[in-house]
Design a protein around this ligand. Structure first.
Ligand SMILES: [Zn+2]
Ligand SMILES: [Zn+2]
Length: 367
């Protein structure tokens, strides 16, 4: 079938709206009419070459929509179901069998190969030429997408399809890091470094866990204000002093849990002074330089008994965690929509620019 998609051609280049061809669903695939799609940092990091992917490409990995057609082996969803799309995984490797699907041994080929694993294409150009596709098992910067049965998540019939796309990646990553990966305990102090969409989602996770202090460290004043609206108890400016001192002025023990979204080596190193004994540091950012590293004091790490966790997709089991977040949102307890600004799908370049400039925390493109 013919679809309309936003196509990335080169690093830092604009997306162009083009008519492309989408293959029919194979046995385990699901055809989804996309109603909205969030723009995630990973889309832009891929366009800009930090994550290898064949260009030109249809990116997009926070799609939400309605199932139009399913392959013959699909039983999880049926035509007419409201769904959100999430990352893809194999479902068969050791980690997938344990439920740790975010650490699928096949994560990169399942999400970033640019085609089906047998080499066939889900999307081709109108002249039959190649277009990188199946990004995160969806390539949802488009009017329609093919997902797999594994990475479609069924939602309630009244789910707001113009909002829920980011639950499939950015919100799941931040909230899941606090709820699943770090399992922050009630009454604890949580420090979130960086007040972008993933950091603010971690704030929502801290609220859900009952953290007593939820501190956001963020240089932009508007984002600090938004963090407080979303449930942070304190918002600090890194320019106001050394991080550990600022955090210990709020809780003398330091932060029991720290969640870094910046992936800036100097910032990550500065978090160690803010960490409480036996505290946990969660890392989620994609560094601009893939070879970046940080210095950790071996003696300090030993004496403090610190835990450092690399976190993918918030350790979420999407089929249960995404509906749980949607239910909390419907009950007024998970206001992730406060950080969302909607744009018409055709305004993708304006949306990226607004997100880049910091006017917008999380852009969602709506059809
Ligand atoms: Zn797997
Ligand atoms: Zn993402």
């Amino acid at each position: 079938m013919e679809i309309t998609a936003a196509v990335a051609h080169k690093p830092n280049g604009e997306f162009t709206l083009e008519t492309l061809n989408l293959d029919a669903p194979r046995a385990s695939e699901v055809l989804v009419e996309i109603k909205s799609v969030g723009i995630c940092h990973t889309d832009l990091a891929t366009r800009d070459g930090s994550i290898p992917f064949p260009m030109p490409a249809v990116l997009g990995h926070e799609g939400a929509g309605v199932v139009l057609e399913v392959g013959e082996d699909v039983s999880k969803v049926a035509a007419g179901d409201k769904v959100t799309l999430t990352y893809n995984y194999c479902g068969q490797c050791r980690n997938c069998r344990k439920g740790d699907t975010a650490y699928c041994y096949q994560f990169l080929p399942q999400n970033c190969a640019g085609s089906r694993l047998d080499g066939t294409q889900q999307i081709t150009a109108s002249d039959g030429g190649p277009v990188g596709n199946r990004f995160f098992g969806q390539s949802s910067f488009a009017s329609h997408a093919l997902a797999s049965e594994l990475n479609v998540v069924k939602l309630a019939d009244d789910a707001p399809l113009d909002l829920v796309g980011p639950l499939g990646c950015g919100v799941q990553t931040g909230a899941g890091a606090v709820i699943n990966s770090m399992d922050a305990d009630a009454g604890s102090t949580l420090l979130v470094v960086g007040g972008g969409s993933v950091g603010l989602s971690a704030v929502l996770g801290g609220v859900a866990q009952g953290c007593a202090n939820i501190i956001v460290c963020e240089p932009h004043e508007r984002r600090r204000a938004l963090a407080l609206q979303m449930g942070a108890t304190h918002a600090i400016d890194p320019a106001d002093g050394e991080l550990g001192e600022q955090v210990k002025a709020i809780n003398s023990e330091g932060a029991h849990y720290i969640f870094d979204t910046t992936a800036i080596p100097a910032v990550v190193e500065s978090t160690f002074t803010a960490l409480a004994p036996h505290g946990t540091l969660g890392l989620v950012g994609v560094p601009v330089d893939p070879t970046a590293s940080v210095n950790v004091s071996l003696f300090g790490a030993l004496v403090l008994g610190i835990k450092v966790l690399g976190i993918i997709e918030g350790d979420a089991a999407p089929d249960s965690f995404i509906p749980r977040m949607a239910e909390l949102h419907a009950a007024g307890q998970f206001p992730f929509d406060k950080m969302i600004t909607k744009f018409p799908f055709s305004k993708i370049n304006e949306a990226i620019e607004a997100q880049h400039e910091g006017e917008v925390v999380k852009a969602v493109l709506v059809h």
